[in-house]
Design a protein around this ligand. Structure first.
Ligand SMILES: Cc1cc2nc3c(=O)[nH]c(=O)nc-3n(C[C@H](O)[C@H](O)[C@H](O)COP(=O)(O)OP(=O)(O)OC[C@H]3O[C@@H](n4cnc5c(N)ncnc54)[C@H](O)[C@@H]3O)c2cc1C
Length: 355
């Protein structure tokens, strides 16, 4: 079989890469094993304009949010399903310091932050001592549904091989790649945490980060807003909420832990006035990077081998934007944003003695 591009992985990165390649008229085949535990399947699907304890503006957020809004509308229209909504975060301050940080940011920049007229308005639903603020707008993507719907389309079109990609069977030459009976011009790895072991890219400064979350039924709170107090309650419809998550740099494996479940249950008991029921508990590892920027582009020693990875905690906004940039780069030689282009690690990558 002959094709232009082999894509390894159909998380949010591989999904958008195949979407933009198809749009550009470039042929491809996606190889993805059906792993239920991937980062994309565990994600809440939040795109927030601010981040961290100091509530600073997220990197490139103005460009990323406007791009994401169009990208999800477009892919949703193509698949006939709406995966995207716009909402707010009600940010309950867990400590006086958090309230102070919010007020300080509000003083500096009012673009996404607001204080309520009435600080008591959520008293019948939540316990809180230090008031709350509002973050808006925030986007919410039904990421697992999007990936499942896109997968079905790829399967229907014979563009997806449901299989484990065995890197030992990849053969590279100067201007083509071969994997088993597939011959292509290029291969792009969108394989999430698997890239940490990839002989071509393992020297990149990855920093895997584990996250756990619960699926919880809460009948008595409005399910069109996101609520935050240390953890996030993200509405999924039908009174179900994604509740999480943890950010662990040191961990034994990618499995859910009793510690997280108990800790989160205690937080909910303390915070919610309504009863709740834990329905599921899941965990995965984020393909994060030391400098919190993605890895996009082609290997300096062999331009046939590329990567779209390192989306960290922000795959929902970074993946569509940088998948589109990578396709523009392949088709029209338009440079990739310098903060994301793997060329910034040219020296490190040139040490891989594998070509
Ligand atoms: C608990 C949690 C909550 C999160 N919440 C958010 C959020 O609210 N908003 C946000 O923007 N981001 C969030 N993230 C981060 C987000 O999930 C990631 O940034 C994003 O999903 C990474 O997508 P990816 O496609 O690069 O990798 P992945 O989703 O890991 O996809 C990689 C794909 O490659 C396949 N694959 C790998 N190796 C092979 C192989 N050898 N053969 C075949 N197939 C292979 C896997 O099966 C998988 O389908 C969260 C992450 C976690 C863990």
């Amino acid at each position: 079989m002959q094709t232009d591009i082999i894509i390894v992985g159909q998380g949010i990165s591989g999904t958008f890469l195949s979407y933009y390649l198809q749009k550009a008229g470039v042929s491809f085949i996606v190889i993805d094993e059906a792993n239920p535990n991937t980062a994309s399947k565990a994600a809440a699907g939040l795109i927030s304009p601010v981040t961290g304890r100091r509530i600073v503006k997220t990197w490139m957020i103005d460009e990323l949010m406007s791009f994401a809004k169009l990208a999800y509308a477009e892919i949703g229209k193509k698949l006939g399903v709406d995966f995207f909504s716009e909402t707010n975060i009600i940010d309950f301050f867990a400590t006086p310091q958090m309230r102070q940080a919010f007020l300080q940011r509000l003083d500096e920049d009012k673009q996404f932050l607001e204080l309520p007229d009435d600080e008591n308005s959520w008293r019948s639903h939540f316990n809180y001592d230090f008031g709350f603020g509002k973050i808006e707008p925030v986007y919410l993507v039904s990421i697992a549904k999007l990936i499942a719907a896109f997968r079905k389309k790829l399967l229907d079109q014979n563009f997806l091989l449901e299989d484990y990609f065995d890197i030992q069977q990849l053969v590279l030459s100067e201007n083509k790649v071969q994997y088993k009976d597939i011959i292509a011009e290029k291969i792009v790895f969108c394989d999430g945490v698997e890239s940490f072991q990839n002989p071509y890219f393992k020297n990149l400064p990855f920093a895997p980060n584990k996250g756990e979350a619960l699926l919880v039924e809460i009948k008595d709170i409005p399910d069109d807003l996101i609520y935050k107090k240390g953890i996030n309650l993200v509405p999924l419809g039908n009174h179900l909420f994604w509740v999480g998550s943890s950010y662990e740099w040191q961990f034994q494996d990618d499995q859910p832990t009793e510690t997280f479940r108990k800790r989160t249950e205690l937080i909910l008991l303390d915070w919610l006035k309504a009863p709740f029921k834990i329905m599921e508990h899941f965990a995965s590892v984020r393909p994060a990077t030391l400098e919190r920027r993605p890895f996009v582009g082609f290997h300096p020693l062999n331009k046939c081998v590329g990567i779209l990875n390192g989306m960290g905690t922000k795959g929902c906004s970074l993946a569509p934007y940088f998948a589109s940039q990578l396709v523009e780069n392949m088709v029209h030689q338009i440079p990739i944003d310098a903060g994301a282009d793997i060329n910034r690690f040219e020296k490190t990558l040139s040490k891989s003695a594998i070509f």
